[in-house]
Design a protein around this ligand. Structure first.
Ligand SMILES: *Cc1c(COP(=O)(O)O)cnc(C)c1O
Length: 390
């Protein structure tokens, strides 16, 4: 699709290729292989001299439509879809690392991201330093001769820590380090890290992209150069490919992602304001609140505060559980970005794997509750929270 179209048009039509049947909606190519007219053609395609699909582990027409549409939204040159967000995180690192390399990561991370960096990479002789990602001096100090990657989430899961993407990417560029940004919490609607100099951007299709709790998926957005020469050789031979059916669900979801995320974010701001004033609540973390310590930075990078809120209740785990159990509309689920509002207790679920010490150092205390705000009526949501907090 030509670049000249605006975002809303790209979200509905970007990447669309129609088959001979001229179907209106994008087709699901639920096939593993492709046939060739001749042995010579197969040879030419495998040599890369001719364009053509070979095998759905490498590329697939439905998957490709999803990749093109997401790249248009993210503002990246290229995109490679994966089986999940974690496959995207792991693949984007492993495709460029070898024993003896060094990675610097912000310590405020989702449990599985932390596990990859803290438990898996060191087994392969890769050194990892965890730092306070908010502090540019710490990024600078942590650079070694063998540093290959900077990694961070902004906002982070679950306490919504914001990292100055431009500042960190500038430092990385000066030192020939690749910056990988996990943009899952903000979604590509509210934040496009490539605008601030990010080299690689990670998405979970499972979260805001599907946004309706149906399909797992992920994506790595990058330059063409990175995709073709670094990422693709690793992913096509190791095989964390997305199912064409899931890619189709995510592709269709991109048509509505903007209106969903903006609406959910509007709801979230109102909920955050409501929670902030509530006497049973100790602290609210929401980048769209003026009282949020990194409000100004969030405003610079994100077009809105987002769909996620974290808050601490007065008391401990028992009090948090009581509130969670009393909610009626909010479902208890560790997923996020869904059109249904969800509630999570990070200490005992999404961030259990970190261990107590790491959790407490990140402010993930037993009285912390995470909300993912959906598309329900704002007054119903407020009432549900008010009742459970009584
Ligand atoms: C959920 C999540 C992931 C992983 O995505 P999956 O699709 O569940 O594999 C990675 N990073 C963050 C910040 C997440 O919230």
């Amino acid at each position: 699709m030509k670049k000249k179209f605006k975002l809303d048009t790209n979200l509905v039509r970007g990447g669309l290729t129609r088959s001979n049947f001229k179907e209106t909606s994008e087709a699901i190519f639920l096939n593993s292989g492709f046939v060739y007219d001749s042995a010579e053609q197969a040879e030419a395609i495998f040599l890369g001299k001719k364009k053509g699909f070979q095998y759905s582990r490498y590329a697939n027409p439905t998957v490709e439509m999803f990749e093109k549409r997401l790249a248009l939204l993210d503002g990246s040159e290229a995109c490679f879809a994966t089986a999940s967000g974690m496959a995207a995180v792991f693949g984007s690192m492993m495709c460029q690392l070898k024993a003896g390399d060094h990675v610097v990561s912000a310590s405020a991370l989702f449990g599985s991201c932390r596990y990859i960096l803290n438990d898996i990479l060191p087994k392969f002789g890769i050194e990892v330093s965890f730092i306070d990602g908010k502090n540019i001096k710490e990024w600078n100090k942590s650079i070694q001769k063998n540093t290959k990657i900077f990694f961070f989430e902004s906002p982070s899961n679950p306490c919504l820590e914001i990292i100055d993407i431009k500042q960190v990417c500038n430092l990385a560029k000066k030192n020939k380090i690749t910056t990988i940004v996990d943009n899952i919490f903000a979604s590509p609607v509210l934040q496009q890290p490539v605008k601030f100099g990010a080299d690689v951007v990670i998405y979970s299709g499972t979260k805001h992209i599907d946004g309706q709790g149906r399909a797992m998926g992920g994506a790595v957005c990058s330059t063409n150069e990175f995709k073709e020469n670094i990422l693709k050789p690793f992913l096509r031979h190791t095989g964390p490919c997305i199912s064409p059916f899931n890619a189709w669900v995510l592709l269709k979801s991109l048509e509505t992602i903007k209106i969903r995320v903006l609406s959910q974010s509007d709801n979230a701001l109102q909920i955050a304001r409501f929670l902030e004033k509530h006497k049973k609540i100790k602290q609210v973390y929401y980048p769209g609140l003026k009282s949020f310590p990194q409000y100004a930075l969030a405003k610079k990078q994100q077009s809105a505060g987002g769909t996620m809120i974290a808050f601490k209740v007065k008391g401990g785990k028992k009090d948090a559980f009581k509130i969670i159990n009393k909610l009626n509309i909010f479902d208890i689920s560790n997923n996020l970005g869904d059109s249904k509002s969800l509630v999570t207790h990070p200490t005992t679920t999404t961030h259990k794997v970190l261990g107590e010490e790491a959790r407490l150092s990140l402010g993930i205390t037993p009285n912390l509750i995470r909300l993912s705000i959906g598309l329900e009526d704002i007054n119903d949501l407020k009432e549900d929270l008010a009742n459970s907090l009584k």
